[in-house]
Design a protein. Structure first.
Length: 296
């Protein structure tokens, strides 16, 4: 009688793992994209990683608007816009207002392989580094009232202020208190005295524009990434770089008789996240998920 035959594949090499994934490598010489492990293995939303990988694979000049991305992916505008916000908060994506030689202002999107990284120095392969990404002293010197829009002048002044150490005693106490209280909402937002002193002028401008400390706290702590790739001060500085428009003066110069009530902190009924709401309920993300499930 013949020996029984098996159609099972031969065992892998002795050095191969006995469980988990086994990579079958193929050397690619064209049509491939290199991304960092920090981005590919980023914890959190798979949509965010997928959108980042897709944008990395596109040639310069490709449209990466929400509409263009929704035409490629099956996910809707809510998930795509949330992915873009997460990439922007983590430092991978940056939107800038830039003035063209003809005087028009347009929004340009920059995508970084490494948050805060400088472009490759090879001029034949990559374009010249964008102007705002130069060292702070050079950026401040390059901005002049005759050639730059107002928002770039504000950014340059913030950079110039950041060059010289600011004593904490000279910073606005209310602004410092707002920054120090951020760790109560997110324990990761721990700032040093020098970082708080450097960020305090921007917070003071927000307060002068009429925003309440609770509004500033909500803006600085909303939708933070799961893992910080930089110091928390860098993320906070990015969110504070745009000075809000000041409130119009009251008619007749009269002060409002009733100050807005402070919205209390509550726990979301869906994910138990801390939110500010007048009544118990669910946070914005949980409501969005409920709407997606209802639509599906």
């Amino acid at each position: 009688m013949a020996d029984p035959q098996s159609n099972a594949r031969l065992c892998a090499d002795a050095g191969a793992p006995t469980s988990g994934v086994i990579h079958v490598r193929t050397r690619l010489t064209a049509d491939f994209t290199v991304i960092s492990n920090a981005l590919a293995q980023r914890r959190g939303s798979a949509v965010t990683v997928g959108v980042a990988a897709y944008i990395s694979s596109l040639p310069d000049g490709s449209s990466v608007t929400i509409t263009a991305l929704c035409e490629h992916f099956t996910e809707g505008e809510i998930l795509i816009s949330r992915a873009l916000r997460e990439l922007e908060a983590a430092g991978y994506l940056e939107r800038r207002r830039e003035r063209t030689p003809s005087g028009e202002v347009r929004i340009r999107t920059y995508f970084y392989d490494v948050p805060g990284g400088a472009p490759d120095p090879d001029p034949d392969e990559f374009p010249e580094p964008p102007e705002p990404r130069r060292p702070r002293k050079q950026a401040a010197a390059a901005v002049t009232p005759a050639s730059a829009p107002a928002e770039e002048m504000v950014a340059a002044s913030v950079h110039a202020e950041a060059e010289a150490p600011i004593p904490l005693a000279e910073a606005d106490p209310q602004a410092v208190a707002v920054l120090a209280a951020l760790r109560r909402v997110d324990p990761r937002l721990v700032l040093s005295a020098q970082e708080a002193a450097r960020l305090a002028p921007a917070v003071t401008r927000w307060l002068a524009a009429g925003l309440l400390p609770t509004h500033i706290t909500d803006h600085l702590t909303a939708r933070l990434p799961d893992h910080f790739l930089t110091r928390p001060a860098g993320i906070l500085a990015h969110r504070l770089k745009e000075t809000p428009l000041a409130l119009p003066a009251p008619v007749g110069g009269a002060e409002p008789s009733v100050r807005p009530a402070v919205v209390p902190m509550r726990n979301c009924d869906g994910c138990d996240r801390g939110i500010r709401a007048a009544e118990p309920g669910r946070c914005r993300d949980c409501r969005s998920r409920d709407q997606l499930r209802a639509a599906g």
